[in-house]
Design a protein around this ligand. Sequence first.
Ligand code: F6P
Length: 319
Amino acid sequence: MKTIAVLTSGGDAPGMNAAIRAVVRNGIYKGCRIIGIKQGYHGLIRGNMTEMNLSSVADIIHRGGTILQTARSEEFMTEEGRKKALYALKIFNVDGLVVIGGDGSFKGAQKLTELGVPTIGIPGTIDNDLRYTDYTIGFDTAVNTVMDAIGKIRDTSTSHGRANIIEVMGRHCGDIALYSGLAGGAESIIVPEVGFDINQVCNKLIKGRNRGKLHSIIILAEGVGGAMELGDHIKEMTGIDTRVTILGHLQRGGSPTFQDRLLASKMGARAVDLLLEGKSGLALGSSGMDLIEVEYDRVFNQEKEFDMDTYDLANILSI
Ligand code: F6P
């Protein structure tokens, strides 16, 4: 019998629970002992670990957040911290570790692999900021949450004839802004990958007004910054009343969509299979309908490519 541990790390993302469930259930099905590590690498260093059984993951597939909790651990970045982590893994006889998180979490996993611990990474972040995979777990839910918010803000935008700026998450990546903006019919989408020209944004608003458009929605990715200033600037230049909504952590919660549950379930189960096949140092990803696995270095060495075609399409459709 093998012992496999699982942790979630970095920002939580809807679907992480579905991934934990798949690790636990497939692991037990394949005859493994499964250890859940609480609070990511922070908890690992402290040996905050317990054995999980089939019931530990009952009634969680539909829940946002992570039952294992998560953390961003400074201590694990140090050699001393990693020594403590290794010790805890040894005490619990862990033969392999599944890490669910973003690229920072994968860097931690890579360090452990270099120290002799077999690891597999599962991409769990709402940001979708990893080049090697089509999607990360949580992204689809976050985009749907933003799309829902756009619809609601559009109601009030139309009623008052205002311009509404909606700031969305994504760190340095504009994917949440791009896809929610397209799906929500936003007038302008501002992302760090492209930047923006304030004159163009304002001209588009004025043009819309001139042909009777009542609402204006501008999606601003947080990586660009300055939502309040942008609102003031637009008001100054166009005379249109503006309001700013920063959606913030609202985007991180909620019941995962079908897409996220499916991706998480497939990846969680595959991670266990890979460890049982003796594989290690790999990050799981998606390519079309298929799962792929790549070495960690490929995750870090490739710059995320922005989807300019979709960006251009969004611009055309919102004239
Ligand atoms: O990486 C996910 C994310 O939600 C980013 O979009 C955002 O910039 C960041 O985490 C916020 O982090 P925290 O929850 O630690 O404030």
